[in-house]
Design a protein around this ligand. Structure first.
Ligand SMILES: CC(C)(COP(=O)(O)OP(=O)(O)OC[C@H]1O[C@@H](n2cnc3c(N)ncnc32)[C@H](O)[C@@H]1OP(=O)(O)O)[C@@H](O)C(=O)NCCC(=O)NCCS
Length: 206
């Protein structure tokens, strides 16, 4: 139609997102999840807190470490680009939080949570990595247990899930030992050009 806007405009005003595309406007309201329950929680020597700009060097080094890239079949370019994109979205987007796990004041891990994707009332782990020097010492399991205990307090949040690749044995053992079950398997072509099977893990929070 003449005069109709062809480009998609995406703007944020406070916690509200406006998407204008093809002449239509969709406003996404805040999801209502109480993200603050994750900020400052302490248990078994671990403390979770929201990431800030000063965490970028730690997060970048962890995400772009060769061992992390190998585990997720990522390339340095695609991993850095994805991280930069997520980081640029900021720390208060209504549907996403960047979280740092600390032990004795030192960051040991980084993860991102999204809500309510990909299903309604579902919390989603969009990224998790323990810093290379802290792996295989129980920190990943500790982070997951703490995360689950906090997530279980969230009203209206029923499920928790994530993806991983079928050859990521560390991640699979971590998820299986914390009560997640595989609900979907699908062929997947990775960023590094290899082929894998992508697994969807899910568990109830109730
Ligand atoms: C996956 C990851 C978060 C696990 O964190 P971690 O602190 O090393 O995990 P833990 O020490 O708590 O170990 C959790 C379980 O996985 C096992 N495990 C950890 N690393 C492993 C590895 N490389 N190979 C096989 N098993 C491994 C542990 O033995 C433990 O199993 P158990 O409970 O049966 O003894 C961490 O290895 C990591 O950051 N990997 C790179 C990024 C990544 O793959 N993220 C997940 C993408 S979906």
């Amino acid at each position: 139609m003449p005069g109709m806007a062809k480009e998609t405009l995406f703007t944020r005003s406070g916690d509200t997102f406006d998407i204008v595309s093809g002449g239509y406007r969709v406003t996404l309201e805040p999801t209502g999840i109480d993200w603050d329950v994750f900020d400052g929680v302490v248990k078994n020597g671990l403390r979770l807190r929201f990431a800030t700009g000063v965490d970028f060097p730690f997060v970048h080094a962890t995400v772009c470490h060769p061992g992390t890239l190998a585990a997720s079949h990522d390339t340095l370019e695609t991993a850095a680009e994805a991280l930069n994109g997520r980081w640029a979205e900021g720390f208060r987007a209504p549907d996403l939080r960047h979280i740092i796990a600390e032990a004795s004041g030192r960051p040991v891990g980084y993860f991102r949570l999204a809500y309510p994707l990909p299903w309604p009332r579902s919390l989603w782990l969009t990224y998790l990595a323990v810093a290379p020097e802290f792996r295989d010492q129980g920190w990943g399991s500790g982070i997951m247990r703490l995360l689950l205990s906090v997530a279980a307090t969230l009203e209206g949040v029923e499920k928790f899930g994530m993806h991983t690749m079928a050859d990521n044995t560390g991640a699979m053992r971590l998820y299986q030992s914390t009560g997640f079950r595989i609900i979907k398997r699908e062929p997947w072509v990775n960023h590094d050009g290899t082929s894998s099977e992508r697994l969807t893990y899910c568990r109830s929070l109730r």
